[in-house]
Design a protein around this ligand. Structure first.
Ligand SMILES: [Zn+2]
Length: 129
């Protein structure tokens, strides 16, 4: 597992901020992905000082400056995945990107209230999301 260090960045002048505002789960995932390419990241837990919910809400990942080349592909893929909304898949056949049903029947609107009804272009299955 990894070490979570305190907020004193001055102790680590050679480290670069690789990612920030990560949840704990994201920090673990990214840490493991970096390990896989041979990069030892340092995980830092520290909310902004004014953050009302106290420290430790967010995690930052720091890497050595010399590791930036190895880490770059992993970091870019990770960032892209974070900013891309998860693509919906049909629960029956697994086809990606089922289209929202624009005007469902009134009883379906009632039944699926609060969700958006989607229809799979492949198998025709309707499901709420
Ligand atoms: Zn389907």
């Amino acid at each position: 597992m990894f070490f979570v260090v305190d907020c004193d960045l001055d102790s680590y002048p050679m480290l670069l901020l690789a990612a920030q505002y990560l949840t704990y789960a994201e920090a673990v995932t990214l840490y493991q992905q970096l390990q896989a390419v041979g990069v030892d990241a340092l995980v830092k837990s520290c909310g902004p000082p004014t953050f009302p919910f106290g420290e430790g809400m967010y995690y930052q990942l720091l890497i050595e400056e010399t590791d930036t080349t190895s880490a770059q592909a992993v970091l870019e893929a990770f960032e892209q995945q974070r900013t891309t909304p998860t693509i919906l898949h049909c629960p029956r056949c697994g086809a990606p990107e089922p289209a929202p049903v624009s005007r469902p029947a009134w009883w379906k609107r009632l039944f699926y209230a609060g969700t958006t009804l989607h229809k799979c272009p492949g198998c025709g299955k309707e499901f709420p999301r």
